[in-house]
Design a protein around this ligand. Structure first.
Ligand code: FE
Length: 206
C-alpha cells in the first residue's frame, strides 16, 4: 500500500543548536537584568536581516562601474564615497575599496576574528568567521578560491587583505563583459556578496 510521506516525513526544525541556545540564554539574562530591551534587539536583527545587506555593496559597485568620478573617489576615499550613498555606521567607519583588474585579484579575510564591512555587506557568512577560512586564506589563497569554484590564471596576482577593527575592505569586482549600456539596477544584480569579499567574481550575463 502506497504510503504518503508528506505528513510524516517532515523535518523538525525547532531544535536549537548549541550556539542558538547560548544566544537565547544570554539574551534572557540581559533582558532580565534590564540591560537590553527585547524590542530593540529584534529591531537591530531585523535591520541587519532586511535593510542592511550585500545589496548596499552591490549599489556601490554598480555605481563605480557606471560613474568614473565616483570610482575615482572610491579609490581615494572609500569611507566618504560610500557615506555619500547613505551607508554609514558600525564596522564601516574606515573603508577601503580594492579594485580587481585583469592582473590583480583581491580577497578579504579577518585572520584574528571576523571584522567585516557590515554597513555595505550586512552580517558575515558563517564560513568567513570560521577558523579554516581565516587560517587558509592567507596561506593558500588559490586553494581556498578553488574551493569556491574560482580558478584564476597564474598570471593574475592574488592579494589577500587582513581586516582589522580600524580598516574594512570592499572588493570591487571587474565589470563583466557584455554589460555595455546596462542601468545601475541591472548591473547591481550581477554583484554577488562573494564577489565583494573576493571569493567569487561578478555574475556574467547569460
Ligand atoms: Fe576581526
Amino acid at each position: 500500500m502506497p504510503h504518503d510521506h508528506h505528513d510524516h516525513d517532515h523535518h523538525h526544525t525547532s531544535e536549537l543548536s548549541p550556539i542558538e541556545l547560548r544566544v537565547r540564554a544570554l539574551e534572557s539574562i540581559l533582558v532580565e537584568k534590564g540591560y537590553v530591551d527585547p524590542a530593540a534587539v529584534d529591531a537591530i536583527i531585523q535591520t541587519y536581516e532586511t535593510e542592511i545587506g550585500p545589496h548596499r555593496g552591490a549599489h556601490v559597485v554598480a555605481k563605480a562601474w557606471s560613474d568614473a568620478p565616483f570610482a575615482d573617489w572610491l579609490k581615494r576615499d572609500a569611507t566618504a564615497a560610500i557615506a555619500s550613498l547613505g551607508y554609514t555606521g558600525r564596522q564601516g567607519e574606515h573603508m577601503a575599496a580594492l579594485f580587481n583588474t585583469a592582473t590583480l585579484h583581491n580577497m578579504v579575510v579577518c585572520t584574528l576574528c571576523s571584522c567585516y564591512p557590515w554597513t555595505v555587506l550586512g552580517l558575515p557568512p558563517v564560513w568567513y568567521k570560521a577558523p579554516p577560512y581565516r587560517a587558509r586564506a592567507v596561506r593558500e589563497p588559490r586553494a581556498v578560491l578553488a574551493e569556491f569554484g574560482l580558478v584564476l590564471p597564474e598570471t593574475t596576482e592574488v592579494r589577500v587583505w587582513d581586516s582589522t577593527a580600524e580598516m574594512r575592505y570592499l572588493v570591487i569586482p571587474q565589470r563583466p563583459p557584455g554589460t555595455e549600456g546596462w542601468s545601475m539596477e541591472q548591473l547591481a544584480e550581477l554583484v554577488t556578496r562573494d564577489s565583494m569579499i573576493g571569493t567569487g567574481l561578478a555574475r556574467t550575463p547569460q
